[in-house]
Design a protein around this ligand. Structure first.
Ligand SMILES: [Zn+2]
Length: 79
């Protein structure tokens, strides 16, 4: 991941991802109603908390967005 990705908002579909560290991001819905803490393997959203009990490999859309940023598939527009 480039340094520019850290602390810059990155739009992934309808989500905005802020990488706080290379491992953890804050993910905000486009309407800014919720701020979630998300890593490649966990998320603070309700969907993840409930679904991950049944399926430890469950990936909510926030985790999917963070993984896209971590992999470099989606990058910050400004660098
Ligand atoms: Zn989530």
């Amino acid at each position: 991941m480039s340094v520019a990705a850290i602390k810059n908002p990155i739009f992934v579909g309808e989500l905005v991802v802020y990488m706080d560290t290379p491992e953890q991001a804050r993910v905000v819905e486009i309407d800014c109603r919720y701020e979630l803490y998300t890593t490649a393997n966990s998320c603070t959203c309700c969907t993840y908390r409930f679904s991950s009990r049944r399926n430890p490999d469950f990936q909510c859309r926030h985790i999917a967005a963070v993984r896209k940023v971590m992999s470099g598939e989606v990058v910050a527009e400004a660098d």
